[in-house]
Structures are given as C-alpha cells and as structure tokens.
Design a binder for this molecule. Structure first.
Ligand code: SF4
Length: 313
C-alpha cells in the first residue's frame, strides 16, 4: 500500500549509519614472554581498547592477535578457552569487578572451581594460597568486598585473577585509583609476582612515573597509533617523538641542566575525525607542511627503538 511504502521510506531515511571510529589504527605490538610492557598515552588515545583487544575482551574488526605464534582467530575452542584463562585483565576499579554479594573466599574460588583447576577438598588451601600471594590476609576471606579499602579490594582482584593460573596479565590503570603509598605497594606486588609466577605484563597507564618504575619496554600511543616504542631507559633518556617528549615534560623530575620540553598543549582530537597526515601535527611545535599531509612510518632510530616521525627521514 502507498501509506506503508511511505512509512518504510521514512524509516529508511531516518536510519543513519553509525559513524565508524578507528580506535586503533595500524597497531603492531610484540610482547615477549616474561616482559613488562608499559602502554602509555592520554585518556582516549586507545590504550585501554588495545588492552581489551589483547586480553580478548573486545573483538577487533580487523587484524590478528597471535599467542605463541598461533592466530587467535584460527584457534580451536579448547585453545581459545586455555588462552582465556592464561590471559587475565585487572581493571582500575576493583569494586566493579567484584560481585558485592559474594565473600572474598567465594570470589577467589568461583573461577578455578568452574574451570576444573582445583577440586572441592582443596578449596581452603587453594583460596588461602592465592590470597597470600596477593598479600591479603586469608583470615578475612569470609568478609565481603565493601568491607575493605580500595587497596585491599585490588589485592582480592589480583588474587582472583591469579587463581586461574594465568601467564599474562593486562593491567589497565590498575593502580590509578589508589593512594600513592598503596600504589607503590601494589606495584611492588606485581613485580614480586612476576618473579614468583613467571608472569608477563601489559601495563596500561597514563602515568609515566609508574610506567618507568615497572616496565622493561614502553610503547607510546597517540590517537589509536603507537608512535614510539623502546626499552624503558631509551624512552626516558633519549625520547625521539615530539609527543613522548611533551609527555615526559609532565613527569616531575629534578635533573639540573637537562633540557625540558613544553607540556602537551591543546586537546586530543576526536578519533571520529582524526587530523590528516601525522595525527599529532595540530599540537606539534615541530610540524612541517609534510606532517600535515603524510602519515609518518615507524623507523628504527636506535637498536630496538622505533619512532614514527618525519624528522627521522
Ligand atoms: Fe611532529 Fe611532524 Fe613528527 Fe608528527 S611527524 S610528530 S607533526 S614533526
């Protein structure tokens, strides 16, 4: 009928396609076994999205995630399940990750029991072992998450992740919500656990001071792309990319005679409409005409040190 046709046409006209956001663009990152890689950038740069994609929580629309050389997209169901246990994510807000109606004991026991990693008679010893590893007193395991401080809850969260015997932890701003003194304790805990349990970490943070302390290698993200990647000392002593150098200027440090760069000026552009050429050019004091047209490719500027800036070519 003509009426119906008109209604359908109207609906079709109103249904606009959702805008496409490239939260990640041309990202390639290798994390070696036993390594701590720090992933740094301002809020909204895509670092948490990358962490979630690597942890298997968010599916990328394109690209490949390889685990020990095997493409996750080509894995069998069993391999994916094993990878799901081997990779755990620890978020910024522990309360959001903990069911408030479950005791600490139940929270720790739930996943290993469900996945057959431990049998019922082992429950007490199993729960106590992982709480102790995370520096949480097992005597308090009958209590609920809301009865603890933020630092204690984060330890419960860490114990919960460890209880499924992971190999790789993706820590997304895991200490950002904690007081500075508690932050230091939790960072030290991560380092101890790395040695005790042979863990590998991706440590996502906006805090370069924290990343400097914990990482072996650092990747700097800007608007969905990794713009610089290097061993931690290289990044802090010989930063190459103007964005990294601007970020470093925001870390309080006392180094007389050392050249300081200006803090990052301006806002991070929207990933909906990223600037043409080098995405950093509207904020870069060194931008040239070429920067406004051409996306720079990553080049090795020193052994193991990569940077994507036209000034290197
Ligand atoms: Fe700055 Fe150009 Fe380098 Fe981009 S490519 S960081 S705009 S100098």
């Amino acid at each position: 009928k003509p009426d119906l046709a008109a209604k359908i046409a109207l609906k079709l006209k109103l249904a606009k396609p959702a805008p496409v956001v490239h939260a990640l663009d041309d990202v390639s990152l290798t994390i070696r076994e036993g390594e701590v890689v720090g992933l740094v950038g301002e809020s909204g740069c895509g670092k948490s999205t990358l962490g979630r994609v690597i942890a298997g929580i968010t599916n990328p629309s394109a690209g490949h995630i390889l685990w020990k050389g095997v493409d996750r997209g080509a894995m069998t169901g069993r391999q994916r399940h094993e990878l799901g246990l081997a990779t755990q994510m620890i978020f910024q807000n522990p309360m959001a990750a903990l069911n408030p109606r479950m005791t600490v004991e139940d929270l720790i026991w739930e996943a290993p029991h469900t996945h057959g990693l431990a049998r019922a008679p082992e429950r007490n010893a199993y729960v106590d072992r992982y709480l102790t590893l995370a520096g949480f007193d097992p005597a308090m395991k009958k209590r609920f998450p809301h009865q603890f401080s933020g630092g204690q809850r984060q330890r419960v969260n860490i114990a919960r992740a460890l209880a499924v015997q992971p190999k790789f932890l993706v820590c997304d701003e895991s200490v950002a919500a904690l007081d500075v003194s508690i932050q230091a304790q939790v960072i030290n805990l991560f380092m101890e656990l790395r040695d005790k349990l042979d863990l590998t970490y991706l440590f996502v943070s906006h805090d370069l001071g924290v990343v400097e302390h914990i990482s072996d290698r650092v990747a700097i993200m800007y608007l969905g792309r990794i713009v610089e990647e290097a061993p931690v000392e290289e990044i802090f002593r010989h930063a190459n990319h103007p964005y990294t150098r601007a970020l470093l200027a925001e870390v309080p440090r006392i180094e007389p005679g050392k050249r300081r760069f200006k803090a990052v000026e301006g806002e991070l552009p929207s990933p909906l409409n990223p600037p043409k050429g080098c995405h950093f050019h509207p904020r870069c004091p060194l931008a040239t005409a070429r920067c406004r047209e051409e996306i720079p490719v990553k080049r090795e500027v020193a052994p193991g040190h990569f940077s994507a800036c036209h000034l290197n070519s």
